[in-house]
Design a protein around this ligand. Structure first.
Ligand code: TYD
Ligand code: MG
Length: 455
């Protein structure tokens, strides 16, 4: 008989190699290559395999049940309009960001609407979860709690209890009944998740899996977890800030453009219905270096405060620090300001910050960053009702952006009086969105914008 063929596969990314290597050439993981035996191509199984019977796409029946709503508007928005029965949603985020809080609140709300739901706690004891539920006001007899780490027991419980929705917190803490002893190893996490994803599909159960994210931003353990599930949501925030953002990185049943905004309070998370008001709440409108930029996150417009501080540097190499803005875009804006507007910043430290922990990386923030820098350097605050946006090109030209009318509509709604913006965006739609109160000033170049703002 022929000797069985073997191959080496990476446990992290699945990369295969004919010979063993210490470091995966694909993802760089050390010691992740394990030997696998390939099924024999001439063995007895190969002979009795029958071909499958495909059906015409038109003949496939679809039983699309209604989506389940969590009742938390910001959450449903990111899910693409609610939960699809049978879909598994992976919720990732750094430890302590509020994943357990969000999902306990969502489960409570689902239980109120649809009946019995199950929370599987693989990390915390039942008492710890109960304490959190007390704090959140989420104690309900329709939410059952199962402190369990064995995925076999979790699977059997889901099949026996048939809950309307379930949360497994977290997938990294699960262990296989007969798996290798190392709990939380990539292979184990993937296998445990695979079991639960299959069960959810079979039972038409909407299932949430919690996954921890490492500091580098990848879901700890196997990246392949993302391929297994139907949707991947990331819960993000900034240390010492109460703002939380829920973003979809993958969604088989909706757009990945949506962003949900939450605020973490003493009694859990609450959706922010008026984000612009919250983001601008603490803006020092009298101070130089502060500029309001209408930015677009997902499908909606938000008003962000861009802050700049330009101060004389005591060092040969001046400091450049950006928080919340794109570093490379800030460098381009600085270079264009020096070249086209004659601003000399070579002996100045420059700090850029987007207030309230928001991250604005779209090019539309360029002109706002430039205005904030000039405002700080000249110590000239902008009038309170002014806003600025537009992409700045390398020649100093101001370029149009997408969703211009939406940006203008948000400024008008928030009572702004003047917006300096790309001339390209001055279409009828924008003028209609601006209404009577908001004056639109279209500019074609950076110098023109600065002349308009600072005279
Ligand atoms: P948690 O949901 O346990 O985070 P994760 O599951 O992502 O690790 O939330 C932990 C943090 O949230 C903790 O630092 C305390 C804070 N928190 C509040 O500020 N308010 C609340 O009502 C709750 C429950 C937690
Ligand atoms: Mg947790």
């Amino acid at each position: 008989m022929r000797k069985a063929e073997t191959i080496h596969a990476c446990q992290e990314c699945g990369r295969e190699s004919l010979r063993w290597v210490g470091r995966c050439p694909e993802c760089g993981a050390w010691g992740a290559m394990v030997e696998r035996t390939l099924p024999s191509r001439s063995g007895p199984e190969a002979e009795c395999v029958q071909p499958g019977s495909p059906v015409a796409l038109t003949a496939v029946e679809v039983h699309a049940g209604p989506r389940l709503l969590t009742g938390i508007g910001e959450f449903d928005r990111v899910l693409g309009g609610g939960l699809v029965p049978g879909a598994t949603v992976l919720v990732g985020g750094e430890p302590g960001i509020g994943k357990s809080t969000l999902l306990l609140q969502a489960l409570r709300s689902l239980a109120d609407r649809y009946g019995e739901c199950l929370y599987v706690s693989a990390e915390e004891s039942a008492a710890q979860v109960r304490l959190r539920a007390d704090r959140l006001g989420c104690v309900s007899s329709a939410v059952s709690l199962l402190p369990e780490t064995n995925v076999g027991v979790v699977d059997a419980s889901l099949r026996a209890l048939r809950p309307h929705a379930a949360v497994v917190d977290s997938v990294q803490a699960l262990s296989l009944p007969a798996g290798p002893s190392l709990g939380g190893s990539p292979a184990q996490v993937r296998e445990a998740a695979g079991v639960l994803v299959r069960t959810a599909k079979e039972l038409d159960l909407p299932l949430f899996l919690v996954g921890h994210v490492t500091k580098e931003g990848s879901l700890a353990g196997p990246k392949v977890l993302e391929h297994l599930v139907d949707a991947v949501l990331y819960f993000e925030g900034v240390e010492h800030q109460t703002l939380r953002l829920l973003r979809a990185a993958k969604n088989r049943f909706g757009s990945t453009n949506e962003v949900g905004l939450f605020e973490m309070g003493d009694h859990g998370l609450s959706g922010i219905e008026e984000p612009s008001r919250v983001l601008l709440a603490q803006r020092p409108s009298w101070a130089s270096g502060s500029v309001v930029v209408p930015t677009v996150e997902g499908s909606r417009a938000l008003l962000a405060e861009v802050q700049a501080l330009v101060s004389p540097s005591g060092y040969a190499t001046p400091t450049r620090v950006t928080t919340g803005a794109d570093r490379s875009r800030v460098s381009v804006v600085l270079a264009v300001l020096e070249k086209r507007a004659g601003l000399n910043l070579s002996a100045s430290d420059v700090f850029i910050n987007i207030a309230a922990g928001l991250r604005v990386v779209e090019p539309a923030a360029d002109l706002g960053i430039a205005a904030a820098l000039v405002s700080s350097q000249r110590d000239r605050p902008l009038p309170a009702g002014f806003a600025v946006y537009g992409e700045v090109g390398l020649s100093g030209e101001v370029r149009g952006t997408h969703r211009a009318a939406q940006r203008i509509a948000e400024l008008a709604r928030m009572g702004f009086s003047r917006c300096v913006m790309p001339a390209h965006d001055l279409a009828g739609e924008c003028r209609r969105a601006a209404g009577e109160q908001l004056e639109l000033v279209g500019v074609g170049a950076l110098e023109e914008a600065l002349a308009n703002l600072f005279g």
